[in-house]
Each structure stands twice: as structure tokens, then as C-alpha cells.
Unconditional design. Sequence first.
Length: 196
Amino acid sequence: MTQPLMPKATAVWLIENTGLTFEQIGEFCGMHPLEVQAIADGEVAAGIVGRNPVQHGELTQEELERCEKDPNARLRMAPSAVPKAAARTKGPRYTPLTKRQDKPDGIAWLVRNHPELSDAQISKLLGTTKNTINAVRERTHWNISNIKPRHPVDLGLCTYMELNAAVQKARAKLPPERLAELEGRELEEEEPAVSE
């Protein structure tokens, strides 16, 4: 944690209850010194109740006293007793039971609309196996007669950001002539049909 949980409320309390400079308060709260001065003048954060950082374990009283004596000293956050949340592992993505039957539909859509994606990328994106991808691609899947290509984002299997990142990564590895071929195909699909 590099700044307090509620920076403006903490700044209000520090202004009202300590002899710290605007620079010290601004650096601790992640604000510009002029913004801290505006809070002190009552132009900004009017009505915000101050939040005591000592009471909430973000500062120690000794640290406050040390910085009040030396205007050039900078406040340091108190070490937190709360353990940090464990980061999500890179393991397989969990898909709810209700959406698992939609995976082949998402695979079919990706295989048809984004042939530049590798099996590994599709597998990571949708949380499926390479065997399932091959079965859908080669039309040997046990349920191929019921598979309808549907956008994986609409099915809730991935997000647009994840899909776009995977497509951009795949296209960056393509040779220029293959990339031009894919973009030409996309333009043809986007142009409306002209009736004569």
C-alpha cells in the first residue's frame, strides 16, 4: 500500500491535527501540494470528514512526530499486519457448469473467424483442451451436428479485451502477406452486398 485508503479524508485530518507541510501531506496522500493547500483553505473537499491514519494503522505516532520536527522528512506507511491477497495462479480457467456445453460453439466461431489463433491460444482463451479444438476443427466432435458457431464473448467464455489481446498477439507473429490476406478477407465480409 503506497498511499492511504482514503487520501482526501486523510489529508483533511493531517491538515487539521498536525504541523506537517503541504508537501509532506501531498506526497503521503498522492496529491499535489497545491491541492493540499486548497483543502486547507476550504476550497476543495468541503464537508469531508477527516480520517485518522494512526487509528487505522496507516501511520505511527512516532512517524508523525519525526516528520513534524523535520520539514524535509517524508512520511512512510506503517507496515500492514493484514496479509496480502494471494495472486491468482496461472492454472486452468474455471468455467461454470452451465457454460461448459457452449465451449464447442465458441471454438467453432474462433476457428472460422480467427484462423490466425493457435490451438494453444484458443485453449488458454476458452479454458479447453487441444483435443476438443481439433475435434471441432476436423468436424469429428461427438456433438458436431448441434454445434453452431457463436461469439465466445457473447457466451461469457472470455472478455473482449482477452480476445483482442490474443488476436493482436497472433497477428504480430504472421508474415506480412498472410496478414494482408486476413485483412482483405475481413474487408470483404464487412462490405454490404450490392443488389443489381
